[in-house]
Design a protein around this ligand. Structure first.
Ligand code: T4K
Length: 391
């Protein structure tokens, strides 16, 4: 194990940090470089780089089979996939979303002239609170976007009941939840549709990429049109559309990574177990758990720095960064406190006490296949030294 120094030691002595190279949250996992190179080589031979190519079609079929869902419509990224899903569902007016999420969930609405209305979360799950959703419904509400934050399922049944009762559309931002399940059904099969992200920082990536998955034939057809400018064949545009296509080289990366998805999840799970064992033993710290009766991807190691901790979240973050552990404050300070929402709805925070509180406490720690041996133990020792060693 490496020597642990405080930021003060580092400042005074100019000592080297615990890790020579920065450890990033979201360092990309690469399944098989060889498979990727082979598929990319075949792509060059074919001279078919985009527009519904064979790699894209194979990737969509494999993702749909993996999730047990009828349609996978792959896109250039998760944000465009959200925008296209929102448009295909015909959402307008106001749509209820959590504020404790990545900003793309809200931007995908605002970008299309729809008002994101922020509902508070359940502090136990970090997911949108159905009671809060009910409070935010107005005559202008047309839909709800649940987010499966950290890959832990949103309250799917309760949200569906609210949607049915008020005749609202329900879709999910499942950007964190590829490979996760709820009630033994893979996430991807809930609501009218679910949106995945395959960004480089996700445990499973296509460099950039995303998809909408759905059981609904008509919705899938509409989204396939929309992602390709509305073309229904040469010279025949039958719908407004955009360019949301996933390109072949991204599909190749997806195929190369799909073969190794279980290895990546196993590495994430090992890291998560070790972090949880070591950090939960430190007073005032708790690593968020996952339901072991379900499939999880364990891609986010979320550390709750509680009030009882002798150091604040920001103090611990400074200690970690000084040691080259580039942990993150996801999703601080809450989307409602980012622009344009901060100016548009300056009082939104009044309805979001749990979001405000939680966003102050969380740190996301590095994980994945690229972590050096013993890195988790070293990170835990850094935190222990900063908290217990300081008493
Ligand atoms: N909905 C939700 C709930 C989401 O979390 C996201 C994306 C979306 C929707 C939208 O999906 P996409 O349109 O992105 O497909 C990162 C990701 O860019 C973003 O995809 C992700 N969520 C979000 C949670 O994290 P930032 O602003 O933290 O990215 P950045 O550039 O700071 O990178 C994060 C860390 O990863 C850094 O420490 C560097 C490291 N990194 C990054 C890249 C790109 C690498 O080591 N290698 C790389 O290639 O948003």
């Amino acid at each position: 194990m490496k020597t642990i120094r405080t930021p003060l030691d580092l400042a005074i002595n100019g000592a080297a940090p615990a890790f020579a190279e920065p450890l990033h949250v979201g360092r990309p996992n690469v399944g098989s470089r060889d498979t990727f190179m082979k598929l990319a080589g075949e792509m060059f031979d074919r001279r078919w780089f985009s527009n519904n190519g064979p790699l894209l079609q194979e990737f969509e079929n494999r993702v749909a089979a993996y999730l047990g869902v009828k349609h996978c419509v792959a896109m250039c990224n998760g944000t465009i996939a959200l925008e296209i899903a929102i448009r295909a569902l015909g959402l307008t007016g106001e749509v209820i979303v959590p504020s404790y999420t990545f900003v793309a969930t809200a931007h995908a609405l605002h970008w299309q002239g729809i008002t994101p209305v922020f509902a508070d979360i359940d502090p136990a799950t970090h997911n949108i609170d159905p009671a809060a959703v009910r409070r935010m419904i107005t005559p202008r509400t047309t839909g709800i976007i649940g987010v499966h934050l950290w890959g832990r399922p949103a309250p799917v049944d309760e949200l569906q009941a609210i949607a049915n009762e008020h005749r609202l559309q329900l879709m999910f931002d499942a950007a964190h939840a590829f490979g996760c399940s709820h009630k033994n059904s893979m996430i991807g099969r809930f609501g009218r549709c679910e949106v995945l992200s395959f960004h480089a920082t996700k445990f499973f990536n296509t460099f950039e990429g995303g998809a909408v998955v759905t059981e609904d034939d008509d919705l899938a057809d509409a989204m396939r049109l929309m992602r390709n400018f509305g073309f229904a064949g040469y010279d025949n545009v039958i719908h407004p559309g955009t360019n949301g296509k996933m390109i072949e080289v991204c599909a190749a990366m997806g195929l190369a990574n799909l073969d190794h998805i279980d290895t990546v999840i196993a590495a994430n799970q090992r890291n998560h177990n070790t972090y949880k064992l070591l950090l939960d033993a430190i007073p005032g710290l708790e690593v968020l758990g996952y339901n072991n009766n379900e499939h999880n991807n364990f891609q986010y190691v979320v550390l709750d720095v509680q009030e009882a901790c002798l150091r604040t979240r920001d103090e611990l973050l400074a200690v970690l960064v000084a040691e080259n552990v580039l942990a993150r404050k996801y999703f601080w300070p809450g989307v409602h406190r980012m622009q344009p929402y901060r100016d548009l709805y300056p009082h939104a925070g009044l309805m979001l006490p749990e979001t405000t509180e939680l966003a102050k406490r969380m740190i996301v720690l590095p994980t994945g296949t690229t972590l050096p041996d013993d890195a988790v133990e070293t990170i835990a020792a850094i935190l222990e030294q900063a908290i217990v060693g300081s008493t």
